[in-house]
Design a binder for this molecule. Structure first.
Ligand code: DC
Length: 216
């Protein structure tokens, strides 16, 4: 079974995808980490004239099985760098095969990102599109960072999230939109347990409908 989980920055999709993977015994890939790793690799070249070429080279050179510096990868600034490299078509192409192979593994997988249900796994058994309003997303990301001892400027973080949303939405290469067959889950007023219960109910319902011969 392949489950595709898409949604904007800090919508809770990563936590939900990990929870779904645990619940159904599936492997999980946070595809944002791939873009974050490419962004980190070219962080010193952001203003260089050959930034795009450097990002494309970094995407081809990336070993997705060796992403270990979690603190650097998950930093808010790395998210901004990731959104810069994610608009580059050849970067996306370079990362595509790894994601598709991951999804095709025996037993199935949960992938979360922006284009999983649309580009990476359009054939996914179940697609979820996670939403939450920007204030709720900012507050969640702030608490995650604070739990790691990072001091947070909420005003700056809110604008960073809005900036990333705008860049992700305008991304001509990213196909960041809700797949027509994706189930919408708004987590604005749900805590993680309630959101996971809702996600499991959606997945179970989709599986039952498929088993009964009806499309998801
Ligand atoms: O989900 P995240 O915050 O880790 O994503 C970081 C950036 O990577 C975000 O700006 C959008 C981009 N991204 C993407 O374009 N496609 C994906 N499948 C995953 C992430």
């Amino acid at each position: 079974m392949i489950i595709a989980v898409d949604g904007p920055a800090a919508s809770g999709k990563g936590t939900l995808a990990a929870g779904l993977a645990r619940h159904y015994g599936l492997a999980h890939l946070d595809t944002g980490l791939l873009y974050r790793a490419v962004g980190l690799a070219v962080r010193d070249e952001v203003d260089a004239p050959d930034f795009e070429a450097a990002a494309i080279r970094a995407a081809h050179a990336l070993d997705p099985d060796q992403l270990s510096d979690v603190a650097a990868l998950t930093a808010a600034e790395t998210g901004v760098l990731a959104s810069r490299v994610a608009v580059i078509g050849p970067v996306r192409e370079a990362l595509r095969a790894y994601q598709r192979d991951f999804a095709a593994r025996p037993g199935g997988a949960v992938l979360d990102g922006r284009d999983i249900g649309t580009v990476i796994c359009p054939e996914a058994d179940v697609k979820l599109f996670i939403e939450a309003d920007s204030k709720a997303r900012m507050e969640r990301r702030a608490r995650q960072l604070e739990a790691r001892g990072v001091e947070v400027d909420r005003y700056a973080l809110y604008h960073q999230i809005e900036e990333r949303d705008a860049r992700d939405r305008a991304n001509p290469n990213g196909a960041f939109y809700r797949a027509p067959d994706a189930h919408l889950l708004d987590t604005t007023n749900l805590d993680i347990e309630a959101a996971l219960r809702a996600a499991v109910a959606i997945v179970d319902g989709a599986i039952a409908r498929k088993a009964g011969g009806n499309p998801a």
